[in-house]
Design a protein. Structure first.
Length: 255
């Protein structure tokens, strides 16, 4: 096809997506000067279509339906297609700040057969205390890099005004932005994205490809109240929501 024809297809695709309330995100290519638009990868931002299993990355997932089912042809069709799955009538919950919160998963992965998308609730081993992760996160540190490419570290620490963002880049001598204060709303958006959209509480802790030497290493450290921590890391292997994770921190540093 001629170049102008590919541009026409590109424009038509974006118009059709907009008409169907789907956004096509090409932000990963910001600042790049090579490559025509139709040669670049974009991410489809249709939330229902892009719900990925945090364990295997498959988008072939089913929505849990709880309660006594009122069967119909439409319900049976969605069950047969793997879009819905019956979860039964017994629904468990936990008391968080005096409010009962459902702890059952809301999605099921048809590929790896794992459940996910439960509320981000931390329940003590004695089951006498339940806390929402989004209420108890105090600090988020993300680092990524390698031996040849250097390392970038972004730390976001909650404070009375919202949170302060500190960026460090290695090797030393690379200029990093000054510390930046962000609002409570921005801090809440970051934490809600991690736990409400990326299902961080359901990630495995380590992602490693043993067949690759050197390469890229990364880490994500979450500090909670009462000196509790959650650590996620990887070496040349990444979680299914890797691009979404990097996008959170790309606002503060070049990654």
């Amino acid at each position: 096809m001629e170049t102008f024809e590919l541009f026409d297809l590109h424009d038509a695709l974006f118009r059709a997506a907009k008409a169907n309330k789907i956004s096509l995100d090409m932000s990963e290519h910001e600042g790049k000067v090579e490559g025509l638009p139709f040669n670049l990868t974009f991410v489809v931002k249709n939330k229902k279509a892009q719900i990925k299993c945090p364990r295997c990355g498959s988008t072939d997932t089913a929505r849990y339906i709880y309660g006594y089912p009122a069967f119909s042809e439409e319900m049976q069709k969605k069950l047969d297609e793997g879009k819905w799955i019956l979860g039964g009538c017994c629904i468990s919950s936990a008391d968080v700040k005096g409010v009962p919160v459902q702890t059952m998963p809301s999605r099921h992965c048809n590929k790896c057969k794992k459940d996910f998308a439960s509320a981000p609730i931390l329940i003590t081993s004695k089951k006498d205390l339940a806390e929402d992760y989004r209420d108890i996160v105090t600090s988020i540190k993300f680092s990524v890099g390698g031996f040849f490419e250097g390392n970038t570290e972004v730390t976001i620490s909650k404070n009375d005004e919202g949170a302060v963002v500190k960026v460090m880049q290695f090797p030393y001598g690379i200029e990093a932005p000054n510390d930046r204060q962000i609002t409570h709303a921005k801090w809440n958006k970051i934490v809600n994205t991690l736990y409400g959209q990326l299902y961080l509480h359901e990630w495995k802790k380590e992602f490693v490809d043993p067949c690759v030497l050197d390469g890229t290493q990364w880490g994500l450290d979450i500090k909670l109240t009462n000196r509790r921590v959650r650590h996620y890391c990887g070496s040349n292997d990444y979680p299914p929501y890797w691009s979404e994770l990097k996008k959170i921190f790309r606002e503060f540093a070049k990654l």
